[in-house]
Design a protein around this ligand. Structure first.
Ligand SMILES: [Zn+2]
Length: 160
């Protein structure tokens, strides 16, 4: 059963109150709603904007496979559609429910290549917090470390 999550619960007037651990926790909660009937790999993402509000998403798989959407892009497109344009950090966690098909304990989950590009275009060089499959902080990167020499359109407003 999906759980109902309220974004207002994850809003802070003072962005310093939202810790990396808090973001991982929100990502874990979001992963509960993952639709991962093909891969069994449940992913959650928590994206903080410059007002300290946390937007979240989970992966949503499609029977066509190619239309599957990652948790990071769900969180980001939700926020963009609400008019949010500036972001500071994103936390990502993922784990395989049941069998150990994808599980790698104590290994930080980083965004896939498509998400790295999408995040770069819309967020710029934000902090990326890679969670372990046990819901702990695994690694922290800047996005520019994960996507060096990124493709950027001349028309990109971010100017990155
Ligand atoms: Zn992705």
């Amino acid at each position: 059963m999906p759980i109902r999550l309220n974004e207002r619960e994850y809003m802070s007037a003072d962005q310093s109150l939202v810790s990396r651990e808090d973001l991982i926790e929100v990502a874990c909660a979001a992963s509960e709603n993952a639709i991962a009937h093909h891969s069994n790999f449940h992913v959650g993402a928590a994206l903080e904007d410059d007002d300290g509000k946390v937007h979240f998403g989970c992966n949503i798989e499609s029977d066509s496979f190619g239309l599957t959407i990652c948790a990071e892009r769900v969180a980001l497109t939700k926020a963009l559609s609400e008019g949010v344009r500036k972001f500071t950090r994103i936390a990502i966690i993922g784990y395989s429910k049941g069998e150990d098909k994808f599980a790698a304990a104590d290994t930080a989950l980083g965004p896939c290549g498509a998400c790295r590009q999408f995040l770069w275009e819309h967020c710029g060089d934000i902090e990326v917090i890679g969670g372990t499959d046990e819901g702990k902080i695994g690694k922290v990167w800047m996005l520019s470390e994960l996507l060096p020499d990124a493709f950027t359109s001349l028309h990109n407003e971010m100017g990155n």
